[in-house]
Write a protein that binds this ligand. Structure first.
Ligand code: HEC
Length: 139
């Protein structure tokens, strides 16, 4: 193939691309934003809060609740009552698997067992962990 033809094909393709994208640049920019959001949700990627919550959870809670919140941490077998399995249906929870319920649990603890209050972690960390617990319940 001679270079001249090669070059004109390149220019032709290039300008088509430019026209196609330039036409509705604004639309595709906002579209791309919401696509990226759905995509990260579907692929299970965690947003910043969830990621922070996951790290705190693994450090502070997983010894009893297990890495995935199944209630099977290393200490679980010695405990009575057992740590909550976060996959358990809502009616088996005392404060419930909602953000509000988990936040209450973390601030106040649950009387009569080894689930103590974690208020000292502070509101921000508690909010992140609560979000992660709800995520484990739902996924
Ligand atoms: C020493 C073991 C232990 C640790 C550490 C622990 N938990 Fe628990 N957790 C329990 C036990 C036991 C229960 C069940 C209490 C009951 O049913 O009375 C429980 C229950 C729960 C529940 C269920 C509340 C409900 O509505 O029924 C949540 C949510 C929870 N824990 C979250 C956490 C989080 C988040 C952390 C870390 C910040 C944590 N736990 C750390 C032992 C633990």
């Amino acid at each position: 193939m001679n270079t001249k033809i090669n070059l004109s094909i390149f220019i032709l393709v290039g300008s088509l691309f430019f026209v196609a994208c330039g036409g509705d640049a604004e639309k595709s920019a906002s579209g791309a934003g919401s696509e990226a959001k759905t995509e990260s949700k579907e692929s299970g990627a965690l947003d910043a809060d969830l990621q922070a919550g996951k790290e705190s959870f693994e450090m502070t809670c997983a010894s009893c609740h297990g890495e995935k919140g199944a209630g099977d941490g290393a200490a679980a077998s010695a405990l009575n009552p057992k740590p909550r399995n976060f996959k358990a249906p809502a009616n088996e929870w005392k404060n419930g698997p909602s953000l509000a319920g988990v936040t209450k649990t973390l601030n106040e603890g649950i009387k009569g067992g080894s689930m103590v209050a974690y208020k000292h972690l502070g509101d921000e960390t508690i909010a992140q962990i609560a979000k992660y617990v709800v995520h484990l319940h739902e996924n």
